[in-house]
Design a protein around this ligand. Structure first.
Ligand code: PMP
Length: 422
């Protein structure tokens, strides 16, 4: 038995399922999760010393690759001054200024500690600002694990068969209205039925938690138009797409402005960070200037800010990265499509191979995928040193550290795996 398996046996005694987040468990594909020891560039190494080309990248933050020297140095230098003060610092101001500079519509930012917190807070703010209760969300979109968003949720909630988590009260779920991704009529219908009651529409501008599902032409502008028509806010959950699709995120990539935007992952460079942001007029409803309460002991933590700033400044200074990672993702997607016959969706640097004959455009079509075939594909790749998500309904994250050689090797291994029937 390898060290990963031994650790897994130990872990299961003291951690539910042996993990601290279900998406890293191997429940959907079988076997013991690999326990990781270290990572550098596009490689991650498990406790048995086996190396993998990593297409998870900590689920998105590692856009510049693991152990990026500039980020590590920033963290080391900052921590010499102390780990946390619970008081205002210059780094927080720099971070907020940089975000406002990089994301044109954003005028104010509030830092939090995770994507979940960012979404939870943005929803409270939308409700406080509009004085309305209801939120429209899309089936298959994942917005973290706050109660009201665990309704037909994607990611691990979908993978484990609990898109509507138990423990969520009917009260918490009743103000969440469910629409279909890429289906504007379903949104228009909800607005019409709940006139004057909808505070916001929240959407992943690229669905990246039911596999990868891009917005159909007109979908995001249509949401903007409906929100304007009914006086609701549009919230882009950019926890995955922020600083990944473009410096300005999905708003810049698709040319659609949201009223509020949520961030996580890349914004922290690998440290636990999230943020919500938007126009001054809305953000000034947040405490202490406004009546919407939201706080955090560790929010804006200096070490986390240093890691985030070192990430965002590098992306700002090397904007060509965006074209490069998109091109790599396109190359990878073409290779997977050629050799597996899968439905391969790719948007920017996000890729997903659905084991399905049906084009995937929403939750229902995503769920038609053959997850048993995916499990075989996953283990074939894992055995050969390629680390992808242990679940069908997740993205592959391509980053600046992926080399052409490693992309070629990945495609070659996928060729050996063979087709969708393999
Ligand atoms: N929103 C989206 C779009 C996400 O992908 C995630 C996490 N994968 C979250 C919110 C929640 O973020 P966190 O896990 O940091 O709480």
């Amino acid at each position: 038995m390898g060290r990963s398996e031994k650790l897994y046996q130990r872990a299961r005694q003291v951690l539910p399922g042996g993990v601290n987040s279900p998406v890293r468990a191997f429940h959907a594909v079988g076997g013991a999760p690999r326990f990781m020891a270290r990572a550098a560039g596009d490689r991650i190494y498990d406790v048995d010393g086996k190396a993998y080309i990593d297409y998870i990248g900590s689920w998105g933050p590692m856009i510049l690759g693991h152990s990026d020297p500039v980020i590590l140095r920033a963290v080391q230098e900052t921590m010499q001054n102390g780990l946390s003060f619970g008081a205002a610092t210059e780094l927080e101001v720099q971070m907020a200024e940089l975000i406002c500079q990089l994301v044109e519509p954003v005028e104010m930012v509030r830092m939090v500690n995770s994507g979940t917190e960012a979404v939870m807070s943005a929803i409270r703010l939308a409700r406080g600002y509009t004085g309305r209760d209801k939120i429209i969300k899309f089936a298959g979109c994942y917005h973290g694990h706050c109660d009201s968003m665990l309704v037909k949720a994607g990611s691990g909630a979908l993978t484990t068969g609990n898109p509507d988590s138990s423990g969520v009260t009917a009260g918490a779920a009743q103000d969440t209205l469910l629409a279909n991704y890429n289906d504007l009529d379903s949104v228009a219908e909800l607005f019409a039925k709940n006139a004057g009651q909808v505070a916001a529409v929240i959407v992943e501008p690229v669905g990246a938690n039911m596999g990868v599902v891009g917005p159909a032409d007109g979908f995001l502008p249509g949401l903007r138009q409906l929100c304007d028509q009914y006086g609701a806010l549009l919230i882009f959950d950019e926890v995955i797409t922020g600083f990944r699709l473009a410096l300005g995120g999905a708003m810049a990539y698709f040319g659609v402005e949201a009223d509020l935007v949520t961030y996580g992952k890349i914004i922290g460079g690998g440290m636990p960070v999230g943020a919500y942001a938007g126009k001054r007029q809305v953000m000034e409803f947040v405490s202490p200037v406004g009546s919407v309460y939201q706080a955090g002991t560790l929010s804006g933590n200096p070490v986390a800010m240093a890691a985030g700033l070192a990430t965002l400044t590098q992306l700002r200074d090397r904007p060509q990265i965006y074209g490069e990672i998109e091109e790599k993702a396109r190359y990878l997607a073409a290779g997977i499509r050629r050799y597996t016959g899968c439905q391969v969706n790719q948007v920017g640097s996000l890729v997903c191979a659905f084991f399905s004959d049906v084009p995937v455009t929403d939750y229902d079509t995503a769920r038609q995928s053959d997850t048993t075939a995916y499990a075989r594909y996953f283990h074939f790749l894992l055995d050969r040193g390629i680390y992808i998500a242990p679940a069908q309904f997740e993205a592959m994250f391509v980053g600046a550290a992926h080399t052409q050689e490693d992309l070629d090797h990945t495609v070659e291994v996928i060729r050996q795996f063979g087709g969708i029937q393999a």
